[in-house]
Write a protein that binds this ligand. Sequence first.
Ligand code: ADP
Ligand code: MG
Length: 675
Amino acid sequence: MPVSSLSGIGAKRAEQFKKLGVSSVGELITFYPRAYEDWSNVEKIANITESGTYCVKAVLASPISDSRIAGGRILSKGSVYDDTGSIQIVFFNNRYISSMLTYGIEYFFYGKINCDNYGMQMVSPTFSPVSEGARIHPIYRQTAGLNGRTVSNAVKQSLKLLPPVVNDPLPEQVRRAFGLTGLREALFGIHFPKDSDELESARKRLVTEELVVLNLGMRNLRSHGRGISSVKITRDHSEEFASFLPFELTGAQRRAISDCVNDIKTKSVPMNRLVQGDVGSGKTAVAASVCYTVIKNGYQAAFMAPTEILARQHFETFKKLFENTSVRVGLLTGALKESEKKRARSELESGEIDLVVGTHALITDKTEFKNLGIAVTDEQHRFGVAQRAKLLSKGRNPHLLVMSATPIPRTLGLIIFGDLDISIIDELPPSRKPVRTVLFDSSQRNRVFGFIKKEIAAGRQAYIVCPLVEEGELDDVASAEEYAAELMLKQFRDIPVGVVHGQMKSDEKEAVMSRFASGGLKLLVATTVIEVGVDVPNASVMVIENAERFGLSQLHQLRGRVGRGEAQSFCVLISDHHNELTRQRLEVLCSTNDGFRIADEDLRMRGPGDFFGQRQHGLPQLSIADFADTKSLELSQKIVDYILFTYKDVRCDELKLLNAEIERLFERGGQNTLN
Ligand code: ADP
Ligand code: MG
């Protein structure tokens, strides 16, 4: 049912509800309050001596009187009393107030009370007749023109439409085993709880259900066709691969490679491994080595990268690496011409391509492989879990290798990866010198530019990162293009400068990036499009303007673009923010190059909400549960174990509704569709 079928909601209101993401009555019922006001602490009027927020239980002494004040606004005034005293209540510009409050009736009034020379006044309180009994009041997200009272009334109406028996996704047996209330009760309790106990049990039930749905959905995704592997690997070709490399593998790289080879050679189930290593630790070579072994055993390999630039760069790297071997490398990205895509696809189907590097184009329905043996995803946090599953579905139980530079907390890791095995690359290539990081303000910018010029004169290259002005963003931040134009006209007149930003077409970006990579351009002015994985070992300076605008982990990723060659590299953070916390945050970066420590600090300073706010974990968006809520996560895991144990067949009738909820959760938010 559309929300407009509720009384008091016409087309205009329906439009406003839509802004809150609510179109149907069903969505309104799951539009949970963002907070609650606790009215259970009633204050006697005589006890109120200073300004603050209070709840009083008082009778309206006389009808509300309306008067006009400056600007044609309406001022509504009234007086209320309890057995200790009386107080004024005032409302601004709400012409319905006088009809909503009846004199002689006792209400709870909740709101701010100002005490000043003119006496005490309660300003625009929320209220509810004492006879309604409610002590805890829901606060909803609001939008222009749509206030909390209207939302709350609409929710009330919606709840009345619930049938006496609501189908519950959690089977009764499960609810009883874990002491969870029924769905109907929980829905009433989450919106209009009688007391804090009722709210608590409603919340527990709904949070738990959502996490159970998430957990089960993730298990389904992970186990999707993950039976016995049909990919038979008999020979290890790692040593041979190492001989193609222009460098010696580090011990950590060797260990990661042998973990993988061990998985694919000796286990009957497909490999399911995460290789985690800081930026610049050499994850690409590890993946390439494992792909090589799989290919030499007669299979194809797919390597999926999150961006066009990165895919193209890996493609170039692999082409060079496998130049003198029988391995045929192909590229498949969205930016290719239609005819090129078609050709790449047919070569994949016929088996002419052994190793394909690509973007999301790899997982569209049109792409088919002859015999995919291993799927690799680079920078895994950029992919939805379902996308990874989709890539795997392109083969018959292929091996999976995911690579990531972003450490994630354990509980979240369990949900995302479950029984994924982990190899950690905790050693940087020996020639690496740690990047030196300094914090400057913009008055020192010319010194920084002078330094860049010196480095360029010595044959090296530099990046300058400035945040792009997005629509609706503050315009005091110079946009990449204007900023670059200025540099090209002034300080760097006689130096080839390139610009890349998010609004460029990807082939334009490619062109600039590859000129920079080949040394044709000496200075690259960019927005964060260079953030992920780009590799130009000759670059030795990274300047980041408005550094305070980035998260620590993001800054660390950016910094990881330099320090990849033999030369000493530098990272200059420019910020004019003198706020203590900002300084502290940026100082962390100056004091360490350890990505794990930085991620920890980031988490500690910003809190889990912000850290995961950008949906960098590829999980669906939750409506009531919280990824940082470890206790509920653990409970939900227990329940999932119980369910899988009790109902041997997950497709059974008792779990039909739960399965429908899984579909629904994973369809929300686009990128995580199940099919
Ligand atoms: P990341 O782990 O961030 O993906 P890359 O795989 O892009 O790192 O490697 C970063 C750079 O280090 C590349 O230029 C790569 O060629 C180089 N590299 C990788 N392993 C080694 C090694 N063992 N010795 C020297 N250089 C290496
Ligand atoms: Mg990489």
